[in-house]
Design a protein around this ligand. Structure first.
Ligand SMILES: [Cu+2]
Length: 457
């Protein structure tokens, strides 16, 4: 059966036409390229694909801080079970909140399958209100699309619904609640949905990562995200974790790396930037781009509701930052809405407030960089403004920030620790000799402190 026939048989007219068209440009026809007998055997007499198997049909994705939803095969159908429920979730060491997720996780586990697979997904509702699940970007029969009221009845608390569809496409997709969306998405009810191609066009990635972005408003001292928030989010996450709670992405030098981004933040888009590399955007909203349209770059804007996948060869060893480039999206909970004291000397203020609050110390007059490492006591169940200790001092980043670790000669993909910079490749204090030689003089520095206005109170 040809790919075109497969789509025709599947009965999706317009969209499948688009898929078949783009697929035929850069992807081999499964029939014509089934040179190895194993692949040829994947369709039965009726022309149906057998359930795709990890290892044989795909290299499983890696979900830092997350997991893949297990399935079992019944007949030739892959059966999954999602359980919508309240989850006591840790965003980073020091901050937990009562969220809503699936199967004990925030976000829900990643669903992973293969183009052509037939799926049956049970959804059990253990929440106090009704819910439903939408398969975001995936072409399904109308009654399986999950918008409560429009496509189906809501799944009431205690009920289990059954969704059934065959995957007619491949790429990076998502799933999320589509009942009381504002509340349920703000509380975390979403996950990624990865569909591997039945017949990959090129080499499989060696390391295939999945990162889902979201944002939350959790007031300091509370433990329930605020679902009515529209603009002022203070916890920003990859896979439900804020740095330093994010696990690094570990790869070997020379690995072919794919990173799939999805964004189901309630309100904001995230320009995700990787240091040290240029990538190519190979997929938009799950659709594979022909090579001539694969935009190169090092920042990819992932708008709310979008997925993007990028690929590159990890040919530059080191510890490389990867983060949203909106500066407030790399801050932690207590970094927002602080008074502006830059250039102000609050000398008398501290003394006066100390009478009321023992140990009080105003912060921020020299900028914010020192604030994470000061070890100031923070309120119970909160994460301070900034990051974590690094190899060369304190990393004053938080939120939607993680680290790509590229190493020669790895034997496992466990965290290899910090990168050892080869001699002569580390920025360091300039010597006076060097400054004289290259600048002809020593730079005069006027301490900024002299310019500060005293704050007389
Ligand atoms: Cu962002």
């Amino acid at each position: 059966m040809t790919r075109r026939n497969f789509f025709a048989k599947a009965g999706v007219a317009g969209f499948a036409g688009l898929l078949a068209k783009s697929a035929s440009a850069d992807q081999p026809d499964p029939q014509q390229n089934s040179s190895d007998g194993q692949r040829a055997n994947q369709t039965d007499a009726a022309g149906q694909f057998s359930p795709g198997e990890p290892g044989r049909d795909y290299t499983p994705v890696i979900i830092p801080n997350g997991s893949t939803l297990p399935y079992k095969v019944v007949g030739n159908v892959k059966v999954f079970h999602l359980i919508a429920e309240e989850v006591d979730h840790e965003f980073a060491p020091g901050l937990r909140a009562q969220c809503w997720g699936f199967n004990g996780q925030v976000h829900g586990p990643t669903i992973e399958a293969v183009e052509g697979d037939k799926l049956r997904i049970y959804v059990t509702n253990k929440l106090p209100e009704s819910t439903s699940v939408h398969w975001h970007g995936i072409v399904v029969p109308n009654g399986m699309d999950g918008v409560a009221g429009l496509n189906q009845k809501p799944i009431e608390p205690g009920e289990t619904y059954k969704y059934e569809f065959q995957l007619r496409q491949h790429g990076t997709y998502m799933y999320h609640s589509h009942t009381d969306d504002m509340t349920q998405i703000a509380l975390g009810m979403m996950g990624m949905f990865i569909i591997h191609p039945r017949q990959p066009a090129g080499p499989r990635p060696d390391r295939d990562f999945v990162l889902m972005s979201s944002e939350w408003r959790i007031d300091v001292g509370t433990s329930r995200p605020v679902p009515t928030e529209m603009t002022d989010f203070n916890v920003l996450t990859f896979n439900g974790r804020a740095f330093p709670g994010t696990a690094p992405l570990v790869v070997k030098t020379g690995d072919r790396v794919k990173i799939r981004f999805g964004n189901l933040s309630p309100m904001e888009h995230h320009p995700i930037h990787l240091h040290g590399f240029y990538w190519k955007i190979v997929e938009m909203d799950g659709l594979k781009l022909p090579e001539t349209a694969q935009q190169p770059g090092s920042t990819v804007l992932v708008a709310v509701g979008q997925t993007r996948a990028v690929e590159f060869i990890a040919d530059n060893p080191g510890d490389w930052a990867m983060h949203c480039h909106m500066t407030h999206h790399t801050m932690n909970q207590m970094g927002h809405n602080t008074p502006n004291l830059i250039g102000v000397k609050p000398s008398n203020l501290d003394r006066r407030v100390s009478k009321l609050i023992p140990g009080y110390m105003q912060m921020g007059e020299d900028g914010m960089a020192g604030m994470g490492e000061m070890g100031m006591p923070v309120p119970r169940n909160s994460i301070p403004m900034l990051g974590a200790p690094g190899k060369h001092g304190y990393i004053d980043m938080g939120g939607m920030f993680t680290i790509l670790k590229v190493r020669d000669n790895l034997t496992t993909y466990d965290d290899p620790g910090w990168y050892e910079n080869p001699p002569g490749t580390l920025a360091a204090l300039a010597t006076n000799d060097e400054l004289q030689r290259d600048l002809g003089e020593l730079p005069q520095t006027k301490p900024m402190d002299k310019n500060m206005k005293d704050m007389n109170m």
